[in-house]
Design a protein around this ligand. Structure first.
Ligand SMILES: Cc1cc2nc3c(=O)[nH]c(=O)nc-3n(C[C@H](O)[C@H](O)[C@H](O)COP(=O)(O)OP(=O)(O)OC[C@H]3O[C@@H](n4cnc5c(N)ncnc54)[C@H](O)[C@@H]3O)c2cc1C
Length: 198
C-alpha cells in the first residue's frame, strides 16, 4: 500500500514536470509566431523526392510528406529591417568590390542596382530608388568610386527619411569585407582569368 502511494506520487510529479516543459515550449513557439496564431495549421510540404534527396534514410512510405508546424506562420518583415539588411548587403559588396574591377563586374553591379530599383520588395522604396539612380548614375570604376557612390545614394535616402547624413570619408571604417577564411569570399573574377580580359 505504502509502495503504491509513493509510486502514485512519483507519477504525479512526473506529470507536473512534463506539463511544465510542454507549457514552456508552447510559450516559446507562440512567442515566435506573429501575427497571433489562427486555428489553421501551417503546412510545410516536402516533395517525396526532396525528402529522400536530403535524407536518404527517411521513410518514403505514405503518399504525402508533410511537416506540421502547429499554429505558426512566418513573421512579416518590417520595412526598416529589410532596409538595414539590404544596406548591409550592398555596403559589404562595396567593401569587397575590387580596386580594378573587370568589365563583367562593372556590368553586374549596374544591373544589380537596376534590378533593385525594379524588384526591391517595397514599392515606395523602389520607386524612390529609381529616381535616385536616374539622378545619380552608378559609379563602378573602382572600389573607391563604387563605395563612395553607394554612401552618397544611401545618404540621399537618409535625407528623404529625415535621418542623419553619414560621413562618407568613414565608409571604409564602417563597412568591412565579409569575414572569411582563405579568400573564399573574394568576388568572383578578382583572382581568376576574368582579370585578363578587362
Ligand atoms: C534601396 C533602398 C531604398 C529605400 N527606400 C526607402 C524609402 O523610400 N522609404 C523608407 O521608409 N525606407 C526606405 N528604405 C529603408 C531605409 O533606408 C532604412 O534602411 C530603414 O529606415 C532603417 O534605417 P536605419 O536607421 O536602421 O539605418 P539604415 O539606413 O538601414 O543604415 C544601416 C546602417 O548603415 C550605416 N549607414 C547609414 N548611412 C550610411 C551611408 N550613407 N553610407 C554608409 N553607411 C551608412 C549606419 O551605420 C546604419 O546604422 C530603403 C532601403 C533601401 C536599401
Amino acid at each position: 500500500m505504502g509502495e503504491h502511494n509513493s509510486l502514485q506520487s512519483l507519477l504525479q510529479n512526473f506529470e507536473k514536470v512534463t506539463n511544465c516543459i510542454q507549457n514552456h515550449f508552447s510559450n516559446l513557439i507562440n512567442h515566435r509566431s506573429l501575427p497571433p496564431p489562427t486555428n489553421e495549421k501551417s503546412l510545410l510540404s516536402l516533395s517525396p523526392s526532396l525528402k529522400t534527396q536530403n535524407n536518404p534514410s527517411s521513410s518514403t512510405s505514405g503518399s504525402t510528406h508533410q511537416i506540421l508546424i502547429k499554429g505558426t506562420s512566418a513573421a512579416p518583415v518590417a520595412k526598416e529591417e529589410l532596409g538595414r539588411a539590404t544596406w548591409t548587403f550592398l555596403h559589404t559588396l562595396a567593401a569587397q568590390y575590387p580596386e580594378n574591377p573587370t568589365r563583367q563586374q562593372k556590368r553586374d553591379v549596374k544591373e544589380l542596382m537596376a534590378i533593385l530599383s525594379r524588384m526591391y520588395p517595397c514599392k515606395e522604396c523602389s520607386d524612390h530608388f529609381k529616381e535616385v539612380l536616374r539622378a545619380n548614375p552608378v559609379q563602378t570604376g573602382s572600389h573607391d568610386e563604387f563605395s563612395q557612390w553607394l554612401c552618397h545614394v544611401h545618404n540621399v535616402v537618409n535625407r528623404s527619411l529625415g535621418k542623419l547624413v553619414f560621413p562618407c570619408e568613414r565608409v571604409d571604417a564602417r563597412w568591412g569585407k565579409l569575414e572569411c577564411e582563405q579568400r573564399t569570399c573574394d568576388l568572383q573574377g578578382t583572382t581568376n582569368f576574368g582579370d585578363i580580359f578587362k
